[in-house]
Design a protein around this ligand. Structure first.
Ligand SMILES: *Cc1c(COP(=O)(O)O)cnc(C)c1O
Length: 374
């Protein structure tokens, strides 16, 4: 149990089990050809799990590449002495391209102008710059349209101080539309082989996110790019892979009181007691990223039993009707994770909140200390 020196005065924290992270990484590796490389996406503070500790463990586990959203996230990794290659998967403004050299980060490029600017800088420094080209095969986000990709890549290939190390694309619905995803894989394959035919061989060819990796063997190419499954979370039910959840969310009973039947709880009295009962108050709320639309529906575990958030989620507090149970102050409460035989998964909470597991873990705010288990 983390004490005050680790989590401060408010007994609410997230446990991040790095051993489980290592387990999930191994499971993912076992689905791949031995030569296939793995980039793990650690953007958004490693999906809320903590950028640096997660990345350090992945480096120990043998990850080949890390993927971040911005130069800022890349700098945090370099400052933590992480030396492996880092791909900035989002785009960088032209005025900031020079920082890629300073911190040895690999950019994503999808236009000629940026490549030319990088080449100019690289040639001045006499230091070649490697980059990855993003191709839009149907995501409709960043990326050169696949029809224009061949010409763009031929142009960039001619730049003397640029090395096209990677080419990649992204799936908008690997989890729900097989036909479209297969179509994207075909388009991408065609592009890569046309490039090969004119002598442009790009070493890192990647497309697969978590679902791609598990459900589409021919999307593996030479590198895969999972995020969610590494954190032990499932993008959809029924995936055949053995994963262990990495993050648990815990708090402690801060107050208990008995109230009569017909007693209104929290803003708007959206919950009214149906009997003489005990109501506990817990120190967490939407100010921590615990979604307000979990009001009256989210499960939580006290004394190994399942109870429910009663009334609206407040900014800093939630309440739960625990009936005859009389918890003691400071008893541990699990909001995500296991207690006794019971378990609440991030996926379950996400469903109840009408969102996806990604948003739940990313949303957990900086007020919640992360405690690392390894
Ligand atoms: C976040 C991200 C991924 C990982 O997706 P998961 O669904 O978490 O596996 C892969 N590629 C890109 C470009 C991403 O932004």
């Amino acid at each position: 149990m983390p004490d005050k020196s680790k989590i401060g005065y408010r007994p609410t924290w997230a446990e991040v089990n790095l051993n489980n992270l290592g387990h999930n990484f191994k499971q993912v590796k076992s689905l791949l050809q031995p030569q296939t490389k793995v980039l793990v996406t650690v953007k958004a503070d490693a999906y809320g799990h903590g950028l640096v500790p997660v990345s350090q463990r992945l480096v120990e586990s043998g990850v080949d590449y890390l993927g971040v959203a911005s130069i800022d996230e890349g700098i945090k990794l370099r400052k933590a002495r992480i030396k492996i290659p880092i791909l900035v998967m989002g785009l960088t403004l032209k005025r900031d391209l020079h920082s890629l050299f300073t911190f040895n980060l690999t950019p994503t490029i999808c236009d000629c102008e940026s490549a030319v600017a990088l080449n100019r800088k690289a040639s001045a420094l006499k230091k070649p710059m490697r980059l990855h080209i993003k191709v839009d095969t149907g995501m409709g986000r960043i990326g050169v349209a696949h029809e224009d990709a061949f010409d763009l890549i031929r142009k960039i290939h001619k730049l003397k101080f640029i090395v096209i190390e990677g080419i990649f694309t992204h799936f908008p619905f690997a989890d729900s539309n097989r036909k479209f995803t297969v179509f994207q894989i075909r388009l991408f394959n065609k592009l890569v082989s046309e490039l090969k035919k004119c002598g442009i061989v790009i070493p890192l060819v990647h497309a697969a996110n978590s679902v791609g990796l598990i459900d589409y063997r021919d999307s593996h190419f030479t590198m895969v790019r999972p995020g969610l499954v590494i954190y032990g979370l499932r993008p959809k039910p029924g995936l055949r892979v053995n994963l262990k959840p990495v993050l648990s969310l815990k708090t402690r009973v801060i107050f208990v009181k008995q109230v009569p039947v017909g007693y209104g709880i929290s803003y708007g009295h959206a919950y009214i007691t149906k009997r003489l009962t005990n109501i506990v108050t817990l120190p967490i709320g939407y100010g921590d990223g615990y979604p307000r639309n979990l009001s009256n529906i989210a499960p939580l575990l006290i004394s190994g039993r399942r109870f429910y958030v009663s009334g609206r989620v407040c900014m800093d507090q939630i309440m739960a009707d625990v009936g005859k149970l009389k918890p003691r102050l400071a008893d541990e409460v699990v909001l995500i994770g296991k207690q006794g035989k019971e378990e609440i998964t991030t996926e379950e909470l996400a469903d109840l909140a009408g969102t996806i597991p990604y948003e739940i873990t990313c949303g957990l705010g900086s007020r919640i200390p992360r405690i690392y288990i390894s």
